[in-house]
Design a protein around this ligand. Structure first.
Ligand code: NAD
Length: 257
């Protein structure tokens, strides 16, 4: 079977929407920014590395979309506030927030430093709190919006050596359920996507033995592609997902079934 369709979009189902994607310089975030643009959305891209961010923004622009690239650290509240203000000022609104930025600092519990714990939890979980809070204020005024959190199957099933990462991703799932309950009466839908093993810079450095062990747990017998996550995020952002709320969609090739 061939991979996901990368041909020019024939539908503009996200036309008129403004989407903010964190961690958009690489991997799943980059693919998501591109897919949202391909489907007609205007896209604000946020990440730390300006060069990689500019390259992703230029790729989205090729679809003829308005883009804004903002270098920022999502774990810092002032960065997040400035970034959200910039997006709102530039586009006049925000319709969709994709909390995708994430990192790993793997270690077994007894060797895990407090710094490794804090960096991962702050980047993966505190960031979603900061961004959701800043964007929800705008959504409330607009009487609608979507928040899509990129969690991980590891947040559902755990993984040795990833206490910090698994806890952050499990926390993101609990945050998704809670915000769905808090905000949906105001037209704000909150969902999560839980990828399994996806071919990105985050997994490229996995040792061969770990890669083979991971493959053995996936019924589809391959890692996923960033574009296969992007398709699901774009669906959740669009009109077809108007009754989906407080859900975690696993996109993992059947891992763990
Ligand atoms: P990646 O390393 O390719 O991309 C991570 C992105 O997050 C980059 O754009 C990076 O700049 C950004 N980022 C990291 N720390 C940041 C910070 N403090 N401030 C701003 N931006 C920051 O990794 P990826 O695989 O594309 O991961 C994207 C998301 O998907 C992450 O949340 C990750 O946990 C999740 N995920 C990935 C996999 C996988 O197998 N690759 C599986 C499950 C979940």
């Amino acid at each position: 079977m061939s991979g996901p369709d990368q041909s020019p979009a024939t539908t503009r189902e996200l036309s008129g929407l403004v989407c903010l994607v964190t961690g958009a310089s690489s991997g799943i975030g980059r693919a998501t920014a591109l897919e949202l643009g391909r489907r007609g959305a205007e896209v604000a891209l946020l990440a730390r590395s300006k060069d990689k961010l500019d390259s992703a923004a230029a790729a989205v622009q090729e679809f003829g979309r308005k883009v804004l690239a903002i270098p920022a650290d999502v774990s810092r509240s002032q960065d997040v506030k400035n970034a959200v203000d910039q997006v709102a000022a530039h586009f006049g609104k925000i319709d969709v927030l994709v909390n995708n930025a994430g990192t790993t600092r793997d270690n077994l519990l007894l060797r895990m430093s407090e710094e490794e714990w804090d960096e991962v939890v702050n980047t993966n979980l505190k960031s979603a709190y900061l961004l959701s809070k800043a964007v929800a204020r705008i959504f409330l005024r607009q009487k609608g919006g979507r928040i899509i959190n990129i969690t991980s199957v590891v947040g559902l099933i755990g993984n040795p050596g990833q206490a910090n990462y698994a806890a952050s991703k499990g926390g993101l799932i609990a945050l998704t359920f809670t915000l769905a309950k808090e905000l949906s009466s105001r037209g704000i839908l909150v969902n999560a996507v839980a990828p399994g093993f996806i071919e990105t810079p985050m997994t490229v450095s996995l040792p061969e033995a770990a890669r083979a062990a991971a493959l053995g747990t996936i019924p589809l017998a391959r890692f996923g592609k960033p574009e296969e996550i992007a398709q699901v995020v774009a669906f959740l952002a669009g009109p077809g997902a108007s009754y989906i709320n407080g859900t975690v969609i696993r996109v993992d090739g059947g891992l763990g079934i």
